[in-house]
Design a protein around this ligand. Structure first.
Ligand code: ATP
Length: 339
Protein backbone atom coordinates (compact mmCIF):
# COMPACT_ATOMS: atom_id res chain seq x y z
CA UNK A 1 0.00 0.00 0.00
CA UNK A 2 1.47 3.36 -1.03
CA UNK A 3 2.03 6.07 1.55
CA UNK A 4 1.02 8.59 -1.07
CA UNK A 5 -2.52 9.86 -1.41
CA UNK A 6 -1.72 11.40 -4.78
CA UNK A 7 1.09 10.61 -7.22
CA UNK A 8 1.42 12.94 -10.17
CA UNK A 9 3.62 11.61 -12.95
CA UNK A 10 4.65 13.37 -16.17
CA UNK A 11 1.46 15.43 -16.13
CA UNK A 12 1.08 17.83 -19.06
CA UNK A 13 -1.76 20.29 -19.60
CA UNK A 14 -2.14 22.60 -22.59
CA UNK A 15 -4.48 25.46 -23.48
CA UNK A 16 -5.42 26.00 -27.09
CA UNK A 17 -5.97 29.57 -28.16
CA UNK A 18 -6.36 30.46 -31.85
CA UNK A 19 -3.03 29.76 -33.54
CA UNK A 20 -1.07 28.57 -30.48
CA UNK A 21 -0.83 25.88 -27.87
CA UNK A 22 0.22 27.07 -24.43
CA UNK A 23 1.70 24.21 -22.44
CA UNK A 24 0.90 25.46 -18.95
CA UNK A 25 2.10 22.29 -17.20
CA UNK A 26 4.95 20.24 -18.65
CA UNK A 27 5.64 16.69 -17.44
CA UNK A 28 5.10 17.54 -13.78
CA UNK A 29 6.00 14.80 -11.32
CA UNK A 30 5.56 14.81 -7.52
CA UNK A 31 3.80 12.98 -4.68
CA UNK A 32 1.43 14.05 -1.92
CA UNK A 33 2.02 11.76 1.09
CA UNK A 34 -1.05 10.82 3.14
CA UNK A 35 -1.72 13.25 5.98
CA UNK A 36 0.64 15.96 4.75
CA UNK A 37 0.52 19.54 3.50
CA UNK A 38 2.29 19.98 0.19
CA UNK A 39 2.99 23.44 -1.21
CA UNK A 40 2.98 24.22 -4.91
CA UNK A 41 4.99 27.41 -5.21
CA UNK A 42 6.12 29.61 -8.08
CA UNK A 43 5.55 33.01 -9.65
CA UNK A 44 2.33 34.04 -11.31
CA UNK A 45 1.76 32.25 -14.61
CA UNK A 46 3.92 29.20 -13.87
CA UNK A 47 0.98 26.77 -14.07
CA UNK A 48 0.02 26.29 -10.42
CA UNK A 49 -3.69 27.03 -10.78
CA UNK A 50 -3.91 24.99 -13.97
CA UNK A 51 -2.46 21.98 -12.21
CA UNK A 52 -4.48 22.48 -9.02
CA UNK A 53 -7.70 22.57 -11.02
CA UNK A 54 -6.69 19.42 -12.87
CA UNK A 55 -6.93 17.49 -9.58
CA UNK A 56 -10.69 18.05 -9.67
CA UNK A 57 -10.71 17.97 -13.49
CA UNK A 58 -12.64 21.23 -13.56
CA UNK A 59 -10.51 22.94 -16.16
CA UNK A 60 -11.30 25.53 -18.83
CA UNK A 61 -13.01 24.40 -22.03
CA UNK A 62 -9.85 25.20 -23.99
CA UNK A 63 -7.61 23.20 -21.63
CA UNK A 64 -6.66 19.58 -22.14
CA UNK A 65 -4.64 17.09 -20.12
CA UNK A 66 -2.25 15.94 -22.84
CA UNK A 67 -0.28 13.30 -20.95
CA UNK A 68 0.73 11.70 -17.69
CA UNK A 69 -1.17 10.32 -14.72
CA UNK A 70 -2.58 11.43 -11.35
CA UNK A 71 -2.96 8.36 -9.15
CA UNK A 72 -5.35 9.21 -6.30
CA UNK A 73 -6.04 6.45 -3.81
CA UNK A 74 -5.45 3.80 -6.49
CA UNK A 75 -7.36 5.47 -9.33
CA UNK A 76 -5.93 7.52 -12.19
CA UNK A 77 -7.77 10.86 -12.20
CA UNK A 78 -6.64 11.46 -15.80
CA UNK A 79 -8.54 8.51 -17.24
CA UNK A 80 -11.37 8.21 -14.68
CA UNK A 81 -14.80 8.41 -16.39
CA UNK A 82 -16.57 11.72 -15.73
CA UNK A 83 -19.29 10.08 -13.62
CA UNK A 84 -16.75 8.56 -11.24
CA UNK A 85 -14.78 11.82 -11.18
CA UNK A 86 -17.91 13.75 -10.29
CA UNK A 87 -18.54 11.37 -7.39
CA UNK A 88 -15.05 12.13 -6.05
CA UNK A 89 -15.53 15.92 -6.07
CA UNK A 90 -16.34 17.35 -2.61
CA UNK A 91 -16.48 13.83 -1.11
CA UNK A 92 -12.82 12.93 -1.65
CA UNK A 93 -11.22 15.99 -3.22
CA UNK A 94 -12.43 19.49 -2.37
CA UNK A 95 -11.22 22.75 -3.86
CA UNK A 96 -10.83 26.14 -2.20
CA UNK A 97 -10.58 28.64 -5.06
CA UNK A 98 -8.28 31.64 -5.29
CA UNK A 99 -10.67 34.17 -3.87
CA UNK A 100 -13.31 33.09 -1.36
CA UNK A 101 -15.70 35.49 -3.07
CA UNK A 102 -15.51 33.23 -6.12
CA UNK A 103 -16.77 30.26 -4.19
CA UNK A 104 -19.49 32.13 -2.28
CA UNK A 105 -22.49 33.41 -4.17
CA UNK A 106 -23.26 36.94 -2.88
CA UNK A 107 -27.03 36.52 -3.30
CA UNK A 108 -27.43 33.46 -1.06
CA UNK A 109 -27.07 33.08 2.68
CA UNK A 110 -24.04 31.04 3.66
CA UNK A 111 -26.14 28.24 5.15
CA UNK A 112 -27.95 27.82 1.84
CA UNK A 113 -24.59 27.36 0.12
CA UNK A 114 -23.45 24.83 2.70
CA UNK A 115 -26.74 23.00 2.21
CA UNK A 116 -26.11 22.71 -1.51
CA UNK A 117 -23.09 20.59 -0.70
CA UNK A 118 -24.41 18.81 2.41
CA UNK A 119 -27.85 17.98 1.05
CA UNK A 120 -27.23 18.18 -2.69
CA UNK A 121 -24.01 16.21 -2.81
CA UNK A 122 -23.90 14.58 0.61
CA UNK A 123 -27.51 13.34 0.62
CA UNK A 124 -28.17 14.65 4.14
CA UNK A 125 -31.66 15.53 5.33
CA UNK A 126 -32.48 19.00 6.67
CA UNK A 127 -31.67 18.19 10.32
CA UNK A 128 -28.42 16.40 9.50
CA UNK A 129 -27.32 19.26 7.26
CA UNK A 130 -28.13 21.82 9.95
CA UNK A 131 -26.14 19.88 12.56
CA UNK A 132 -23.19 19.48 10.21
CA UNK A 133 -23.27 23.17 9.24
CA UNK A 134 -23.11 24.16 12.92
CA UNK A 135 -20.26 21.70 13.47
CA UNK A 136 -18.35 23.03 10.45
CA UNK A 137 -18.70 26.63 11.63
CA UNK A 138 -17.40 25.58 15.04
CA UNK A 139 -14.44 23.86 13.37
CA UNK A 140 -13.42 27.04 11.56
CA UNK A 141 -14.12 29.29 14.55
CA UNK A 142 -17.29 31.12 13.48
CA UNK A 143 -20.37 31.34 15.68
CA UNK A 144 -23.28 29.27 14.40
CA UNK A 145 -25.67 32.25 14.50
CA UNK A 146 -23.71 33.67 11.52
CA UNK A 147 -24.92 30.82 9.29
CA UNK A 148 -27.89 32.95 8.22
CA UNK A 149 -25.63 35.80 7.08
CA UNK A 150 -24.80 36.73 3.51
CA UNK A 151 -21.16 36.59 2.35
CA UNK A 152 -20.82 40.41 2.33
CA UNK A 153 -21.53 40.43 6.08
CA UNK A 154 -18.25 38.61 6.73
CA UNK A 155 -14.72 40.01 6.73
CA UNK A 156 -12.25 38.71 4.13
CA UNK A 157 -10.67 36.35 6.65
CA UNK A 158 -14.06 35.00 7.75
CA UNK A 159 -15.13 34.45 4.15
CA UNK A 160 -11.98 32.42 3.70
CA UNK A 161 -12.92 30.38 6.78
CA UNK A 162 -16.37 29.80 5.29
CA UNK A 163 -14.73 28.58 2.07
CA UNK A 164 -12.63 26.17 4.16
CA UNK A 165 -15.77 25.00 6.01
CA UNK A 166 -17.39 24.34 2.63
CA UNK A 167 -14.38 22.32 1.49
CA UNK A 168 -14.46 20.26 4.72
CA UNK A 169 -18.22 19.65 4.45
CA UNK A 170 -18.13 16.04 3.29
CA UNK A 171 -14.91 14.97 5.02
CA UNK A 172 -12.64 14.88 1.95
CA UNK A 173 -9.28 13.11 1.93
CA UNK A 174 -7.63 15.94 0.00
CA UNK A 175 -8.19 19.70 -0.02
CA UNK A 176 -6.66 21.71 -2.83
CA UNK A 177 -6.42 25.34 -1.70
CA UNK A 178 -5.48 27.91 -4.36
CA UNK A 179 -3.81 30.96 -2.76
CA UNK A 180 -6.12 30.71 0.27
CA UNK A 181 -4.56 33.59 2.19
CA UNK A 182 -3.18 35.84 -0.53
CA UNK A 183 -5.62 38.74 -0.21
CA UNK A 184 -5.39 38.88 3.59
CA UNK A 185 -3.13 40.82 5.93
CA UNK A 186 -0.28 38.94 7.51
CA UNK A 187 -1.88 38.49 10.96
CA UNK A 188 -5.07 37.02 9.49
CA UNK A 189 -2.94 34.91 7.11
CA UNK A 190 -1.20 33.39 10.08
CA UNK A 191 -4.46 32.68 11.92
CA UNK A 192 -5.96 30.93 8.91
CA UNK A 193 -2.83 28.92 8.19
CA UNK A 194 -2.66 27.87 11.87
CA UNK A 195 -6.24 26.77 11.68
CA UNK A 196 -5.70 24.83 8.46
CA UNK A 197 -2.73 23.08 10.06
CA UNK A 198 -4.77 22.20 13.18
CA UNK A 199 -7.67 20.85 11.13
CA UNK A 200 -5.33 18.89 8.87
CA UNK A 201 -3.76 17.18 11.91
CA UNK A 202 -7.05 16.59 13.66
CA UNK A 203 -8.76 15.12 10.62
CA UNK A 204 -5.70 13.40 9.11
CA UNK A 205 -6.39 14.89 5.69
CA UNK A 206 -3.90 16.02 3.05
CA UNK A 207 -3.75 19.56 1.69
CA UNK A 208 -2.20 20.93 -1.48
CA UNK A 209 -1.47 24.60 -0.86
CA UNK A 210 -1.00 26.65 -4.01
CA UNK A 211 0.89 29.89 -3.42
CA UNK A 212 3.30 32.34 -5.04
CA UNK A 213 4.67 33.15 -1.57
CA UNK A 214 7.48 30.94 -0.29
CA UNK A 215 6.95 32.29 3.24
CA UNK A 216 3.52 30.60 3.24
CA UNK A 217 5.04 27.24 2.36
CA UNK A 218 7.78 27.82 4.93
CA UNK A 219 5.13 28.40 7.56
CA UNK A 220 2.81 25.49 6.96
CA UNK A 221 3.93 22.94 4.34
CA UNK A 222 5.62 19.61 5.09
CA UNK A 223 6.83 19.28 1.51
CA UNK A 224 7.23 21.84 -1.23
CA UNK A 225 7.11 21.53 -5.00
CA UNK A 226 8.68 24.50 -6.79
CA UNK A 227 7.32 25.23 -10.27
CA UNK A 228 8.86 27.42 -12.91
CA UNK A 229 7.39 28.07 -16.36
CA UNK A 230 5.14 24.99 -16.21
CA UNK A 231 7.81 22.61 -14.94
CA UNK A 232 8.63 21.17 -11.52
CA UNK A 233 12.17 22.35 -10.82
CA UNK A 234 12.58 21.18 -7.22
CA UNK A 235 10.64 18.92 -4.83
CA UNK A 236 11.69 18.30 -1.25
CA UNK A 237 10.66 18.39 2.40
CA UNK A 238 10.23 22.05 3.26
CA UNK A 239 12.89 22.26 5.98
CA UNK A 240 15.61 20.92 3.65
CA UNK A 241 14.33 22.97 0.73
CA UNK A 242 14.76 26.15 2.75
CA UNK A 243 18.08 25.28 4.39
CA UNK A 244 19.72 23.54 1.44
CA UNK A 245 17.96 24.50 -1.80
CA UNK A 246 19.50 22.91 -4.87
CA UNK A 247 17.86 25.00 -7.59
CA UNK A 248 18.90 28.64 -8.18
CA UNK A 249 15.23 29.57 -8.66
CA UNK A 250 14.44 28.29 -5.14
CA UNK A 251 17.45 30.22 -3.82
CA UNK A 252 16.11 33.35 -5.54
CA UNK A 253 12.55 32.88 -4.24
CA UNK A 254 13.88 32.60 -0.71
CA UNK A 255 15.50 36.03 -1.04
CA UNK A 256 12.40 37.59 -2.55
CA UNK A 257 9.82 37.03 0.21
CA UNK A 258 9.55 38.23 3.80
CA UNK A 259 9.28 35.69 6.58
CA UNK A 260 5.62 35.30 7.58
CA UNK A 261 6.51 34.33 11.17
CA UNK A 262 8.43 37.57 11.76
CA UNK A 263 5.71 39.58 9.94
CA UNK A 264 8.16 40.81 7.30
CA UNK A 265 11.53 42.17 8.31
CA UNK A 266 14.89 41.93 6.50
CA UNK A 267 16.05 42.91 3.03
CA UNK A 268 14.27 41.47 0.03
CA UNK A 269 16.00 40.82 -3.27
CA UNK A 270 13.72 40.23 -6.24
CA UNK A 271 14.66 37.96 -9.15
CA UNK A 272 14.90 40.38 -12.06
CA UNK A 273 13.21 39.64 -15.37
CA UNK A 274 10.07 37.59 -16.02
CA UNK A 275 9.27 33.95 -16.79
CA UNK A 276 9.29 32.97 -20.50
CA UNK A 277 6.21 32.94 -22.72
CA UNK A 278 4.74 29.45 -22.41
CA UNK A 279 3.57 29.56 -26.03
CA UNK A 280 7.24 29.39 -27.11
CA UNK A 281 9.48 28.42 -24.19
CA UNK A 282 13.26 28.34 -24.67
CA UNK A 283 14.80 24.99 -25.59
CA UNK A 284 17.35 24.86 -22.74
CA UNK A 285 16.68 25.44 -19.05
CA UNK A 286 13.65 27.74 -18.81
CA UNK A 287 15.18 29.66 -15.92
CA UNK A 288 18.54 30.26 -17.70
CA UNK A 289 17.74 33.81 -18.84
CA UNK A 290 17.24 34.91 -15.19
CA UNK A 291 19.75 32.61 -13.54
CA UNK A 292 23.00 34.18 -12.35
CA UNK A 293 24.71 30.80 -12.68
CA UNK A 294 23.59 29.79 -16.18
CA UNK A 295 26.17 28.40 -18.61
CA UNK A 296 26.00 27.80 -22.37
CA UNK A 297 25.08 24.19 -21.59
CA UNK A 298 22.12 25.40 -19.46
CA UNK A 299 20.91 27.62 -22.33
CA UNK A 300 21.15 24.74 -24.82
CA UNK A 301 19.97 21.64 -22.95
CA UNK A 302 16.86 21.30 -20.80
CA UNK A 303 17.71 19.67 -17.43
CA UNK A 304 15.59 16.71 -16.33
CA UNK A 305 14.09 16.37 -12.85
CA UNK A 306 16.41 13.95 -11.04
CA UNK A 307 16.52 12.55 -7.51
CA UNK A 308 19.72 13.95 -6.01
CA UNK A 309 19.19 12.82 -2.43
CA UNK A 310 16.45 10.67 -0.86
CA UNK A 311 13.18 12.58 -1.23
CA UNK A 312 14.87 15.55 -2.93
CA UNK A 313 14.47 16.04 -6.70
CA UNK A 314 15.83 18.90 -8.77
CA UNK A 315 16.11 19.89 -12.42
CA UNK A 316 19.39 21.85 -12.66
CA UNK A 317 22.64 21.02 -14.46
CA UNK A 318 24.63 22.65 -11.66
CA UNK A 319 22.81 21.12 -8.69
CA UNK A 320 25.96 19.25 -7.58
CA UNK A 321 27.60 22.68 -7.05
CA UNK A 322 24.70 23.89 -4.89
CA UNK A 323 26.71 24.58 -1.69
CA UNK A 324 28.91 27.16 -3.50
CA UNK A 325 25.96 28.56 -5.48
CA UNK A 326 23.99 29.04 -2.26
CA UNK A 327 26.75 31.21 -0.82
CA UNK A 328 26.70 33.39 -3.92
CA UNK A 329 22.91 33.43 -4.07
CA UNK A 330 22.80 34.86 -0.53
CA UNK A 331 24.55 38.03 -1.82
CA UNK A 332 22.04 40.60 -3.19
CA UNK A 333 24.48 41.73 -5.93
CA UNK A 334 24.32 38.22 -7.45
CA UNK A 335 20.75 39.00 -8.49
CA UNK A 336 21.50 42.35 -10.18
CA UNK A 337 20.28 43.07 -13.70
CA UNK A 338 21.19 40.23 -16.05
CA UNK A 339 21.98 40.85 -19.70
N1 ATP B 1 -8.03 29.80 -20.16
C1 ATP B 1 -6.78 29.98 -20.59
N2 ATP B 1 -6.48 30.05 -21.90
C2 ATP B 1 -5.22 30.22 -22.34
N3 ATP B 1 -4.15 30.31 -21.52
C3 ATP B 1 -4.37 30.23 -20.21
C4 ATP B 1 -5.68 30.08 -19.65
N4 ATP B 1 -5.59 30.04 -18.30
C5 ATP B 1 -4.27 30.18 -18.01
N5 ATP B 1 -3.55 30.29 -19.15
C6 ATP B 1 -2.08 30.42 -19.25
O1 ATP B 1 -1.48 29.28 -18.65
C7 ATP B 1 -0.30 29.66 -17.95
C8 ATP B 1 -0.37 29.17 -16.52
O2 ATP B 1 -1.40 29.91 -15.83
P1 ATP B 1 -1.86 29.56 -14.35
O3 ATP B 1 -3.01 30.44 -14.00
O4 ATP B 1 -2.04 28.09 -14.21
O5 ATP B 1 -0.57 29.98 -13.53
P2 ATP B 1 -0.44 30.33 -12.00
O6 ATP B 1 0.95 29.96 -11.64
O7 ATP B 1 -1.52 29.72 -11.23
O8 ATP B 1 -0.59 31.91 -11.99
P3 ATP B 1 -1.57 32.83 -11.10
O9 ATP B 1 -1.05 32.73 -9.72
O10 ATP B 1 -1.38 34.18 -11.72
O11 ATP B 1 -2.95 32.27 -11.30
C9 ATP B 1 -0.15 31.17 -18.12
O12 ATP B 1 0.72 31.40 -19.20
C10 ATP B 1 -1.56 31.61 -18.46
O13 ATP B 1 -1.54 32.76 -19.26
Amino acid sequence: MSDNLLSVKDLSIAYTVPGVDIVAVSRATFDVPKGSIVGLVGESGCGKTTMARAFTRIISDNAKITGGSMMFDGQDLVSLPEKAMNALRWRDIAFVPQSAMNSLDPVYRVEYQLNEVLRGRGGMNRAQARARAVELFEMVGIEANRLRDFPHQFSGGMRQRVAIALALALNPKLIVADEPVTALDVIVQRQILDQMRDLQRELGISIIMVTHDISVVAYICDRTVVMYAGEVVEDCDTATLLSEPLHPYTMGLKNAFPDIASAGSGTLTPISGAPPDLASPPSGCRFAARCPFATDHCRAVSPQLEILAPGHSVACHRAHEAPQLREQAAQPQTWGELV
